[in-house]
Each structure stands twice: as C-alpha cells, then as structure tokens.
Design a protein around this ligand. Structure first.
Ligand code: ADP
Ligand code: MG
Length: 560
C-alpha cells in the first residue's frame, strides 16, 4: 500500500502560524502528544465498557521514550489506533478535531467528555521541535492493517504500510537541531512533571529502582533486593477528581504537600465541584501567609481534564484570591487564547463569581461552626477577607457578617457586635459613631491607655491592607468615622465620669418616685428621679411650665 497526497488546508504553510500564535512555549508539544495518547487510551476503555470492543485491554499505560543517538522522541499508547483512512481524516485535515467528533458521537454516554481533545491543533505542535514526524499505528478494529504516516512539516505527507504489531500508536519525532534539549532525561522529566503529573492514565518514562523485602538472611534478619520498575511520572487519581465525601482531612493535607512540598500546612480548604452552568472542579487552599502579598501569588494551577495548562490564573480567579493555593480544573475555560479574549469570556466571569461565592460561603460556615477556632485563624485569614472586602463589592456584602474587628485587648467582634459595644459612649452629639484605632500599639500606647481609661475602645489596624480597609468601612458604615488615637484625639475624648452612668436600677427609681409622689400629692408638681451619680441631687421636684406661670400670675394678683 502506498499513497501520496496533499494536506487539505487553505494556507500554503500553516506551521509558522501555529508556531507564532498558538503556543508561546514550544515545550507544550509534549503535553499535546501525551494528551492525545491518553485520549486514545481512554477511548478504548470507553469502547470496551460500551461493549463495542471485546478484545483484551492489556496494560493501559502510555510511554514516553527517547533515543539521544537517533535523535528521536517517541510517545506510545495502547489506545484505539488509527486506520489509514482515519489518519487522512483526523491528522491531515488540520483543525478537524477527532476528539470533538468522538464526543459528539458518544455524547449520551456519561463520561465521554472526559477526553482531553478539543484543542484542535494539538498534533501539529510536534513540528515546533521536529523536522519529521512519523506515526506508526494499528487500529483496534478487526482486520485493520498497520499504517505509517510521515510528514516533514510542509503540506506534503506520505502514507505507507506500517510496522506496528499491537493495537495503538507510536508518534515518533525526529527532533530538529535547535530542539535537542528535548533529548535530555532531566529536561523531559521536568516537562512531564509540569504538564502530565495528574493525567488520568499511568505514564511511563524510563525505569527506576525500588527496594523490596526478600526473605531473611541466615541470622533471621529481613533481606532486601533492588528491583527495576517502570518510572510512572503521574498520579492518575488526584483528589479533585474524587467526591468530597470520600476524602479525609489527611487526603487534602497530603495533596497539599504533593503540590507544595516545603510549605507549612494550609489553614483550611475548599473543594470546588460544579457542573452547571459550567463544569469546574478543584481544591483551593488557604495557605499560612506572613503579611507578604507578592511571594505567595500565582500558586493556583489551572488544568483542563487533568492536563496542566498554566499557573497564570489571573482572570479566572478573583484578584483577591490570588493568594490562595491549589488547583482548578475546567474543560470550559478556553485555552490557548489571548488574555483579552479570556477576560471577555462569559464562562470565565461566571467561574470567577462562583469561586468568590464558594469562598465566602466556606468562611461563613467556619465562622458559624466554631467561632473560637475561627478567631484563632483570624490573624491569617483576616488579610484575605479584608483584601476581598476592599476589592469586591459582592464579597463585602457576604463578608460583613463574618469579618472580625480586633481591639487592643485582643477581643474579637463582628462589625454588628462592635457597633453595639461602643454605641453608648462613642457617639458624638450629631449621632455619629467614632471608632478609634491604632496602627502601632507600642508607639501609641499612652494614647491607648488614656482612651481606655475613659472607657473608649481602640481597634488594632496594623496590617498593610488596613489603610484601605479603614477607608472602605468609612464608606460602607453609615454615620461612622474611624480616628487614629493620637494626642489630639485622646485629649478630646469625654471622660467616663462626664457621661451618665446610672446608680439606681429602674425598680429602685420607681420606688423612690412613688414615695415622693405620695408625699407631695399635688398633680401640678412633677417628680423626677435621676439616678446618675451619688454627688448629684437624686430627686427633682418641679412644676410644669404652664402651671408655674399660672401660679406666678395668681400671686401677682392677676385675678385668676
Ligand atoms: P485534538 O486532540 O484536539 O482532536 P489533535 O491535533 O491533537 O487534536 O489530534 C487530532 C486527532 O488525531 C485526534 O482527535 C485523534 O482523532 C487523532 N489522534 C492523534 N493522536 C492519536 C493517537 N495517539 N491515537 C489515536 N488517534 C490519535
Ligand atoms: Mg490533541
């Protein structure tokens, strides 16, 4: 069998375009080819479970191997393979995505859309690093003949009889002279770690050694031998693909360590899981931060069906949550497209809102469930929450119920509680509330002391975000201003003693008033009992203004 032909595209040479616009980073060719191999493997599994393939599935494992001498890099899979006809259809017709067609065909089957495909031009990214790309493939279909395709990156291709004897595909790249870095074990390992670490099918890259127990020696001590095993570079079942109900705290913590080996344990996490109106899963962790905004950013990894895409999640995750860590996986986030497109995409906006809401709900839950534990975490999470309240209107509305204010005595109040606490004393004559704060408790200590002596409360507002937070509170809280305790402010505070503090209870007031009312027995006199302080006269007997004037007039002989 031999056939020559021309790839049907309209542009004479599409490869420069692919190189220039589609991918900024040429190492992603490996992601694309391994993803295709994984897809092919998932497809055969799928066909088997649908009863459309009845043969042996065998060891469903993808392999990446290189030969530095021959300058080849080979990606092999035991997937569905392709017939010569299929190569023409799926490979030659650039941008004709076989994956899209497959999903279409099996769209009623539940997990058919677990396929990575959809990127459209993935296969051709191989020409970014290879002079020649060769396919050796054997379709799963009965009586299929092995086929070989080879192309040098021009629009000319060649299909001949192939040599593969088992079901599946080898993609053999003849690496070009500028790309020989991809014939290096460490380099390949690093790229695989980056993009393929959580792909759903085991991926073998070379071998590694393991120590195994091997009976006992003469003295009865356990013996060990070293065995050579496949080096599997990925974890095919990362926790975000599992149901939250099946996971324990240890699982979340272990996964965190897997992602960020040298980090302290996170404070808590949120398992994201939504399939309508968009599909998204993931786990977001609140890390322990040390007031350091910059170092911790960009730690969230974005995946699409377990393929790593980027850790630039700027437009998908709300700005204020960029300090979180973890993973987000969504097949609905458009990939390989420009940033401006991403910003305008409506799914991206919905995802952004969803994440904001989930985070707010989780924080609200933590607050409700265990206030004390929540207060203990406040030093760490307060930063995120204040940042969120300052930057996102929607988040402010939710967070105002669980954001805490802390005073110099280390007491925690919600905004509502705080208002109630200080209302009586810290309201000025116009009815405006005055909150006092310190941004440096040691320097402002004497003013804090003086304010406290007068029974005023002083909040601690000393984190980098607090300046903005104070402004935000002044805008949001009605008739409330925040003042820093300094000499000026502390001096002007009304002392505790100047203000009314009652020394009699309401019942006692009533009893005293009754005694006086009975003794005077004149309805024109009014008895008032004040219970402010022992130095003051407790009882005032007065006459109604009208009655007083009438009486004066009578005394003057006015004749009434
Ligand atoms: P996509 O993966 O988005 O469909 P690609 O350019 O990566 O686009 O691949 C085009 C098509 O070629 C795939 O959809 C699939 O039908 C076929 N293909 C590529 N690699 C393999 C493979 N290893 N095994 C079987 N089919 C493959
Ligand atoms: Mg692909």
């Amino acid at each position: 069998m031999q056939e020559k032909g021309t790839i049907s595209i309209h542009t004479e040479n599409i490869f420069p375009i692919i190189k220039k616009f589609l991918y900024s980073d040429n190492e992603i060719f490996l992601r694309e080819l391994v993803s295709n191999a994984v897809d092919a493997t998932q497809k055969i599994k799928r066909l088997s479970s649908l009863g459309q393939f009845t043969g042996e599935l065998g060891n469903l494992q993808v392999e990446v191997a290189f030969d530095a001498e021959k300058k080849t890099l080979t990606i092999s899979d035991p997937g569905i393979g392709m017939t010569a006809e299929e190569i023409k259809k799926y490979i030659n017709q650039i941008a004709f995505s076989g994956a899209t067609e497959f999903v279409e065909k099996f769209k009623d089957a539940k997990d058919a859309n677990e396929l990575i495909g959809k990127f459209g031009l993935g296969f051709y990214s191989a020409f970014m690093v290879a002079d020649n790309v060769e396919i050796q493939t054997l379709s799963y279909q009965e009586g299929a003949q092995p086929a070989r395709w080879i192309c040098d990156g021009s629009t000319e291709f060649e299909i001949t009889e192939g040599s593969r004897t088992t079901r599946g595909t080898d993609i053999i790249l003849h690496i070009n002279s500028e790309s020989e870095e991809f014939l290096d074990k460490a380099k390949l390992q690093q790229i695989l770690d980056k993009y393929c670490r959580f792909l759903p099918v085991p991926i073998k890259f070379g071998t590694t050694t393991e120590t195994e127990p091997d009976g006992e020696d003469e003295e009865g001590k356990p013996k060990y031998t070293t065995v050579e095993v496949d080096n599997i570079i990925n974890n095919p079942n990362p926790i975000w693909t599992k149901a939250p109900a099946d996971l324990k705290d240890e699982d979340y913590l272990a996964f965190y360590k897997e992602l960020y080996p040298f980090s302290e344990d996170p404070l808590f996490w949120i398992h994201l899981n939504v399939d309508y109106p968009f599909n998204l899963t993931g786990v977001l962790y609140f890390p322990k931060v040390k007031n350091d905004f910059d170092i911790q950013r960009n730690k969230i990894k974005l995946f699409s069906r377990q393929v790593f895409i980027t850790d630039e999640v700027k437009d998908i995750v709300p700005e204020f949550l960029m300090l979180l860590h973890g993973v987000i996986d969504s097949p609905d986030i458009p990939l390989n497209v420009s940033r401006s497109f991403l910003q305008a995409d409506s799914n991206v906006k919905k995802i952004n809102n969803y994440i904001t809401r989930k985070v707010a709900d989780k924080l609200g839950d933590l607050y409700k469930k265990d206030r004390k534990a929540y207060e203990e975490k406040w030093q760490d999470i307060g930063l995120f929450i204040k940042y969120g309240m300052v930057s996102e209107e929607k988040f402010y509305e939710k967070a105002k119920d669980f954001a805490l204010l802390v005073n110099t005595k280390d007491e925690y109040y919600t905004m509502e509680e705080y208002k109630t606490k200080v209302q009586t004393l810290q309201t000025d004559k116009d009815g405006n509330l005055v909150y006092l704060y310190t941004n440096d408790a040691s320097k402002q200590d004497s003013y804090i002391q003086s304010a406290n002596r007068k029974d005023y409360d002083v909040l601690v507002m000393n984190s980098p975000i607090d300046n903005h937070f104070i402004n935000q509170l002044e805008q949001k809280l009605e008739k409330t201003s925040l003042k820093r305790v300094d000499a000026d402010v502390a001096d002007k505070l009304i002392a505790k003693d100047d203000s009314p503090a009652h020394i009699l209870t309401e019942d006692q007031v009533k009893i005293v008033k009754d005694i006086f009312d009975k003794a005077i027995q004149k309805p024109t006199y009014k008895v008032e009992v004040e219970s402010i302080s022992p130095e003051e006269l407790p009882v005032h007997v007065s006459m109604d203004e009208f009655m007083r004037r009438m009486k004066d007039m009578a005394q003057m002989g006015g004749g009434m």
